[in-house]
Design a protein around this ligand. Structure first.
Ligand code: PLP
Length: 486
């Protein structure tokens, strides 16, 4: 009997198979050839217009859909998989991770929970991160979309632990005292967003002054805590930054841990950039004391090069973590047997349906081993030191911040002293380098000085990429500089 019910499965699997093989072949070539392409290319107007057509009602053969992407999407990507991409703070991805995302979708499991191998892999990845960070086996954690969500999860646990009331039932209005979170003035903006989201307000974040390496000033932290206590504000949490986004600054984790222990304050580490330095054999000491934290936010999609998205939060007190998020509708009751048995992963965060982002991390960790991933971190730090040496050696350039990790902040000066002119000149240099597809640096302002910022978080970068970049910066700058002199 003919069945006329519809499905999304293809009518002819052999066509799908051929097309899928083609996509894999092209993908391998796309990554193998990445060095030969411009880092970034501006989209022509026709391509922009192509993405503004109305929703398709009728079908298109998948082969045509794919051709469309080959032509209109792949040439205009961000470029962070390119060896000369050092803008903002990305990771550079890896092919195994791409296969992992594909296989995760093939498996199809929802990682909200369930008695599945996928859930075992999700849990194992978190267990591996606990092990790598020196956390006890009975700590907990959860994979998140990224570092912002990891920090939000941590701050929610802190708020509930320190509220002084059952804040899940009563809400923040019932809290007897306002809470304060302390962080250095280099803290990432996601923390303010998290505290705003949690109803604590931006004023719940106290930004503590930093020293000449942009590390939190420890006596200033102690003074801020004492002043708050005297004013009836409850010190809840110190957020230490292990690798700041601006300059790669590393707070003194041991000193902050000691203050938190003495003062009964939650010790959170934002390790989105630096936590994995702990697995880098030459530089692990930079994050000494991270294992003392009550919670850590880390970002596999940064220095482990997991394709986006993949973040993680680790929490020493598993019970508090569970009590913050545990919630089950009558349609989702746990059992001791069957498919819904075992630890329910959604009890550790906001999201119920969760993707299988663990698989791309798991595969890459297995394939490479954490020792190699750690050596790649050392390699990036050495490359930043190499670029620092080149900058210091050229009198036309000014190093704007100490290079304490993998971020180099510098600007082209060549005798110009007017800050506005320097900003305009260096912005133009940055844009021309980007638009020519040579490299992608970004920019920032450090101690009032606008500068180019090169964050080397890229397993494809070589020292000769930095040579090329700097010589192109100087070539472009020399052509521009006279029109910026007063
Ligand atoms: C990138 C970053 C974040 C935010 O992480 P996302 O993964 O981008 O959400 C938080 N803190 C620091 C220090 C970061 O560098």
């Amino acid at each position: 009997m003919k069945n006329d019910e519809e499905t999304l499965d293809p009518g002819d699997w052999s066509l799908s198979r051929d097309l899928a093989h083609q996509m894999v072949d092209d993908a391998v070539q796309h990554i193998a050839d990445v060095r030969d392409r411009p880092v970034w290319t501006e989209m022509p107007d026709a391509v922009r217009a192509h993405f503004k057509t109305p929703a398709p009602g009728a079908p298109t053969p998948l082969g045509d859909v794919y051709d469309d992407l080959r032509k209109n999407m792949l040439p205009y990507s961000m470029g962070n998989i390119h060896p000369r991409f050092w803008g903002w703070y990305m990771g550079s991805g890896n092919f195994t991770g791409a296969l992992g995302d594909f296989l995760a979708a093939v498996d199809g499991s929802n990682l909200g929970g369930g008695n599945t191998a996928a859930a075992m892999i999700d849990t194992q990845v978190v267990d591996w991160f606990k092990e790598l960070m020196g956390f006890p086996a009975n700590a907990s954690g959860t994979l998140t979309s990224g570092g912002s969500m990891a920090n939000l999860v941590a701050h929610t646990i802190v708020r509930n632990a320190k509220a002084g009331v059952d804040v899940r039932a009563e809400g923040i209005a019932a809290m007897p005292q306002p809470l304060r979170f302390y962080a250095s003035d280099q803290v990432h903006s996601c923390h303010q967003k998290a505290l705003e989201t949690l109803g604590l307000g931006a004023k719940a974040l106290c930004e503590v002054a930093t020293d000449d390496h942009f590390r939190m000033d420890i006596p200033a932290l102690e003074r801020a805590i004492a002043a708050d206590r005297a004013a009836g504000i409850k010190p809840a949490c110190v957020i230490a930054t292990a690798g700041s986004t601006n300059t790669g600054a590393l707070d003194d984790l041991r000193a902050i841990a000691a203050i938190c222990a003495r003062e009964d304050i939650w010790f959170h580490v934002d390790g989105c950039i630096g936590a994995f330095v702990r697995i880098a054999p030459k530089n692990a000491a930079l994050v000494d004391g991270i294992d003392l934290a009550d919670s850590i936010a880390l970002d596999p999609h940064k220095w482990l090069h997991t394709p986006f998205e993949a973040g993680c939060v680790l929490v020493r007190d598993a019970q508090r973590h569970f009590e913050t998020f545990e919630m089950h509708g009558e349609y989702l009751q746990l059992q001791t047997r069957g498919l819904i048995a075992g630890k329910f992963l959604a009890d550790y965060g906001f999201e119920l349906s969760r993707g299988f982002k663990a698989l791309k991390i798991w595969m890459s960790l297995k394939e490479n081993g954490f020792e190699k991933l750690g050596r790649l971190i050392d390699q990036n730090i050495a490359q930043a030191q190499y670029l620092e040496t080149l900058v210091r050696a050229d009198p036309r350039l000014e190093l704007v911040a100490p290079v304490d990790l993998n971020i180099v902040c510098f600007r082209f000066v060549d005798g110009i002293t007017d800050e506005a002119a320097l900003k305009a000149l260096n912005t133009e240099i940055m844009l021309q380098v980007q638009e020519a597809g040579i490299a992608v640096p970004s920019d920032t302002t450090v101690s009032g000085k606008h500068c180019l910022r090169v964050a080397i978080n890229n397993h494809r970068t070589r020292n000769d990429d930095l040579d090329l970049f700097l010589s192109e910066v100087l070539r472009i700058a020399n052509g521009l500089v006279d029109s910026y002199r007063g």
